[in-house]
Design a protein around this ligand. Structure first.
Ligand SMILES: *[C@@H]1O[C@H](CO)[C@@H](O)[C@H](O)[C@H]1NC(C)=O
Ligand SMILES: *[C@@H]1O[C@H](CO)[C@@H](O)[C@H](O)[C@H]1NC(C)=O
Length: 966
């Protein structure tokens, strides 16, 4: 036993694959049941009848014989991997035989304990597994003993008794009969005056029984033999045992003593005979009425559960009896027969009575599965009989409550029959209420189902009430009473029932209350489910408390400034709102690392009892943030997982730093190449536009210098160097170079730097000054300028209008100042006319002593505006021109600027240019131009309306109506 531990489970586990593929192992076992005589050896065959795809090897083979007796299972023999693991001492299989595929189990000296269901299981891992079962029945042969007197004298009226005693046999069914073989008769005669004692059981399960026969032999019986014929399963043919009794004629002894003796003997015999007759009469013929008990019932009758009613009938004789059961339901007027049970046998008492005599529910008038159980007739010592009639019922609460059950006993001694009646009081099984099931988290504004499990009750009528407790007061919501339902708040609550039923008529129901939970109504509220049932004296209740929670909502993160600037502070704002309860944790994460944790930030109680809060996180933006993710994460008890909102500073910018413009020469010189440089550094993103201006004029060609740009990128930030290379001319002196850097991502305004070029050894010219600042046509104007840092006083300053030198200039005397240089003021005064419109004034400086110094020219254009002409009415030379006469139309166009003007005469829609003349515009008293236009027309043409169109500098001033003629 267990030498190497039990490897069987392992082996079976290995062979579980066998289920997947068709097993190719088949077993053949003995035909079931195998019957064996007690104490003999038994062979339970189990042979491999078919095996493909595997060979039998001791290493890879398992054999298990198990036996089930009743509910108990045990191992009789187990063999795995070449070893016998476990075996009963009386069990045996040869290993050599196992390897030949013969797993037959030999049991030696079988006893009753070996009775059972045997299973032969063979496993050949990995693919083969098979099992077969066979039943073993242990039988025992009766030991038959015949008891009799040795010699019986006949003719004396004496009685003889023969006993046939069967002992130690199994199964307990047997039969013993007595036969008499009379010499004068061919056939043997069955003796019927027999008495069979009740079968008794021995401790080992075997039985004993005795069959006795009594008879009064007569002279003709002399020579008879008596045989007891025993039938039992263990005998293939009835077993005969002869009684060793001899019948002989009684000797007549005539001696006085014998006469006296015989007289005494006959007296004794007649007394004995009388006693025997009385005994037999009492035993077989005398009628005794039965005693019938009250009907015994179980303490509780449960709806649809088996219950037994017992009617005890005892002490009656003869064994002829009928027990009938009747049912009368409340709404019925007549009793109905459920079943009856009858014994009608005067002399025959035996084992197999049940089968012969029972009549049951087949005859029932109720059509129910109620039935009367087979009952054993017991014979009492005084020769009377007893019987217990048992009625099995399945009471139904709906129909059988208060019904009346009657047990009626009929016996030859009673005409009427004996009645016993009982009234049914049916109980149910009270429901068991489990705790109300609620969702783990009840969310604000979401639907909630509360489930009240009402389990294992019967019968079905049930009253379910849902209520809510507000301020200690019960508010009824839904009332369900056995199918009828009343919902007091239809808008808010719905109610559903989900029933389950079990085979034994037990019911379970889930009562579900569905509603929309809000914090205002349901936070901290208590809901109850109350259940009433016939088997409950008080309704059962369950309560549940709700805590409503509201999820926090997160707005998108707002950044201030919208375009964060590298190196500057950036404030991120996260608004969390609509949550409940108040406790909340707001965290800021940068790339999943917590950078800020606020356990309970400042909370605002907004509408509907929901809370909100705002969390700020201030950081200094760096270039690395371009690829960083900022998260505002919220932890709240309503959430299984934290919620978050994300922000990536994609619009990160870095302002360009624009350096001052530098020149490669400290003092630029005339006619020498020079380079102006501007560095634009540390900007992001890369997109940038750089423009150079010279005196407000964009340097977009090589006229003012060559522009070059070099770009580079360092640590993610961009830089650019922009240069302008030019050869300085006299015109460049005091020219202002300006760089404008447009970085639209960081700023809408350009970044600017200026550089004014001063050529070495050149005087400095001041800005022109106008007096008044806005010159007016026809008004005097003074334009003045000054020149300083003049090395000596031998210079000339002059003014030009176009190329025409202007006279009447007021020049101051050169004044020597502390730096030993001269300064001169020059002022030009004149009346402004239309001729000055868009015309340059030049101021010219000339060094008379040094011809190397170029002539410096400074230019100014007066800020004058164009003026719209005034057009007079067209005048005709004749007031009333006559047909055929010539006439001249005249139109004055006055006070306009500039001079170029376009005049079109037209008649109707057609241009009319026959004989027109336009005078050259002349400066008029207002300093503006004026002119006159004439048109010679023949009067036949004057029938029509005439218009004059005048355009000024190609800009049409609109149609000017000169004349209307009739
Ligand atoms: C198997 O073995 C038993 C005894 O161990 C024997 O009686 C039986 O005949 C054998 N079966 C076969 C097929 O050999
Ligand atoms: C059954 O008969 C045997 C043999 O006669 C006897 O020894 C035994 O006690 C009997 N059993 C009972 C229960 O009477």
């Amino acid at each position: 036993m267990g030498r190497t531990g039990n490897l069987w489970p392992l082996l079976v586990a290995l062979a579980t694959l066998a289920r997947l593929s068709e097993s190719k192992l088949k077993l053949k076992v003995s035909q079931s049941p195998v019957e064996v005589i007690y104490n003999e050896n038994s062979l339970l065959l189990c042979e491999i009848s078919e095996l493909t795809g595997a060979t039998l090897e001791s290493k890879n083979l398992g054999v298990l014989w198990t036996v089930t007796r009743g509910t108990e299972a045990s191992t009789a023999f187990s063999y795995t991997s070449g070893d016998v693991q476990e075996a009963w001492p009386e069990a045996e299989i040869l290993e050599s035989s196992i390897l030949n595929g013969n797993m037959s189990l030999l049991l030696r000296h079988v006893t009753f304990k070996h009775t059972g269901q045997y299973k032969c299981e063979v496993v050949i891992p990995p693919n083969n597994k098979a099992s077969q079962t066979v039943k073993l029945e242990v039988l025992a042969r009766p030991t038959v003993t015949v008891v009799s007197e040795k010699v019986v004298e006949v003719g004396t009226g004496g009685e003889m008794a023969l006993g046939c005693h069967l002992s130690g046999y199994y199964p307990c069914e047997s039969n013993a009969e007595w036969f008499q073989s009379i010499p004068s008769q061919e056939e043997r005669k069955l003796l019927t005056d027999i008495c069979i004692a009740p079968t008794v059981k021995n401790p080992d399960g075997t039985c004993n029984v005795t069959t006795e026969v009594r008879l009064e032999p007569h002279v003709e019986d002399i020579g008879s033999t008596f045989e007891c014929l025993v039938t039992h399963k263990t005998f293939s043919e009835p077993y005969l045992v002869q009684a060793s009794v001899t019948l002989k004629e009684a000797e007549i002894r005539l001696s006085t003593s014998s006469i006296v003796g015989s007289v005494i003997a006959s007296i004794i015999i007649s007394i004995a005979l009388t006693a025997l007759v009385i005994f037999l009469y009492l035993r077989f013929c005398y009628k005794v009425a039965p005693k019938v008990s009250e009907i015994q019932r179980p303490v509780k009758l449960i709806h649809q559960e088996l219950a037994e009613f017992v009617c005890q009938v005892s002490g009656y004789r003869p064994n002829v009896i009928t027990v009938s059961w009747y049912l009368k339901r409340c709404n019925e007027t007549k009793e109905k027969l459920i079943a009856d049970w009858q014994v009608d046998d005067l002399f025959h008492f035996q084992f197999i009575t049940d089968k012969k005599m029972e009549r049951n529910a087949d005859t029932s008038e109720t059509g129910m599965k109620w039935k009367v159980k087979a009952a054993n007739v017991r014979k009492n010592n005084d020769g009377t009989f007893s019987i217990s009639s048992i009625l099995e019922v399945y009471p139904d609460f709906d129909v059988d409550n208060s019904a009346q059950i009657t047990c009626k006993v009929m016996h030859p001694s009673e005409r009427e029959g004996i009645l016993r009646t009982i009234r049914l009081q049916i109980d149910g099984v009270p429901p068991k209420l489990a705790n109300i099931i609620k969702p783990p988290v009840v969310h604000h504004n979401n639907s909630v189902t509360l489930t009240c499990p009402i389990n294992f009750f019967k019968p079905h009528p049930l009253k379910i009430t849902w209520y809510k407790i507000i301020d200690g007061e019960k508010i009824y919501l839904v009332e369900h009473n056995n199918g009828a339902e009343e919902n007091f708040y239809q808008d808010k609550y719905s109610h559903y029932l989900v029933p389950f039923s079990y085979p034994d008529h037990t019911l379970s129901v889930c009562s579900m209350l569905l509603f929309h939970a809000t914090i205002q109504e349901d936070e901290n509220s208590q809901y109850s489910c109350e259940v009433g049932h016939i088997s409950l004296s008080n309704p059962a209740e369950k309560h549940v408390q709700l805590n409503v929670k509201a999820y926090p909502s997160l707005n998108a993160i707002i950044s201030e400034p919208g375009n964060p600037v590298i190196g500057e502070q950036l404030t991120l704002t996260c608004k969390v709102h609509s949550f409940y309860p108040k406790n909340i944790t707001v965290r800021w994460l940068k790339n999943d690392d917590v950078i800020m944790n606020t356990e309970s930030p400042e909370i605002v109680n907004s509408e509907n009892e929901l809370y909100e809060c705002t969390s700020l996180c201030t950081i200094t933006a760096t270039l690395s943030d371009l690829h960083s993710k900022y998260k505002c994460q919220v932890l709240h008890e309503s959430l299984m997982y934290p919620r978050f909102t994300e922000y990536t500073p994609e619009s990160l910018v870095s302002f360009p730093k624009v350096s001052e413009i530098t020149c490669n020469h400290a003092t630029p010189e005339l006619e020498r190449e020079l380079t102006l440089t501007c560095k634009i550094i540390d900007f992001y993103p890369e997109d940038i536009q750089v423009e150079w201006f010279r005196n407000e004029v964009r340097c977009d060609d090589v006229k003012y210098g060559r522009i070059m740009e070099t770009s580079l990128c360092e640590n993610g930030l961009y830089s650019k160097v922009s240069t302008v290379t030019l050869t300085a001319s006299a015109d460049d002196h005091q020219a202002e170079y300006r760089i404008e850097v447009y970085h639209s991502k960081s700023s809408t305004k350009p970044f600017k730097q200026f550089y004014q070029l001063f050529l070495k050894g050149s005087p400095k010219f001041s800005e022109f000054r106008l007096e008044p600042e806005s010159p007016l046509y026809g008004q005097p104007l003074s334009v003045s300028t000054s020149v300083c840092e003049i090395p000596h006083d031998n210079i000339t300053v002059e003014w030009y209008k176009a190329s025409e030198r202007i006279k009447g200039v007021t020049n101051s005397k050169p004044v020597l100042n502390s730096e030993n240089t001269y300064k001169i003021n020059s002022c030009l005064k004149f009346t402004v006319t239309a001729e000055d419109f868009e015309r340059d004034l030049h101021f010219q400086y000339k060094d008379n002593s040094n011809t190397d110094v170029p002539v410096f020219k400074r230019r100014i254009q007066l800020p004058l505006t164009a003026v719209t002409p005034k057009v007079s009415e067209i005048k005709c030379s004749h007031d009333h021109p006559k047909k055929g006469e010539n006439a001249t139309l005249t139109c004055r166009i006055e006070h306009f600027c500039p001079a170029d003007i376009h005049i079109i005469w037209s008649k109707g829609w057609t241009e009319y240019k026959d004989k027109q003349s336009i005078e050259t515009p002349k400066i008029d008293s207002k300093g503006l131009y004026s002119t006159v236009t004439r048109e010679d027309v023949r009067s036949e043409r004057l029938d029509f309306l005439s218009d004059t169109n005048i355009s000024l500098k190609d800009i049409p001033y609109g149609e000017m109506d000169c004349l209307h003629l009739h």
